[in-house]
Design a protein around this ligand. Sequence first.
Ligand code: ZN
Length: 163
Amino acid sequence: MASDPLKTGGGLLDDLYREIILDHYRRPRNHDPLNTPTCSADGANPLCGDTVHLEVGLDGDTIDEIAFAGMGCSISQASTSMMTEYVKGRTVEEARKGAQAFQQMMTSGETQSIEGFDDIDALQGVAKFPARVKCASLGWKTLEQALEGGGVITTEEGHESND
Ligand code: ZN
């Protein structure tokens, strides 16, 4: 692992953003399992050892409840925590759009703004670290999988030659 964007002293991520990420990591939101999830999915990022288990409770077309559990680096867990806060109470369609916008930001490095998702700014800088993009995207990919009906995903699709 060449670089850790959260390391202090390097000036890699703004202090404020680092604090936001670490706050979500230490106090993850929506972390209590649901009683009756409508669908669930598991995601893994083998490159870093991150895992996410996600449960979604739908009310019609709206994400009424959402919960996650997971292990791994602070970026993967904080990003998933932020994602759950954002999508809770939104429609499936809005959640899918958010997932697409977020992943586009991560892969292109272009600034995206997602209405109502202010914490996205904190993760913007992660796009500069290719090895960590999959960490930040894991929760969103797992969400997409859950909304497709569930299952297991891994961030290692195909064999992209990064690094
Ligand atoms: Zn990670």
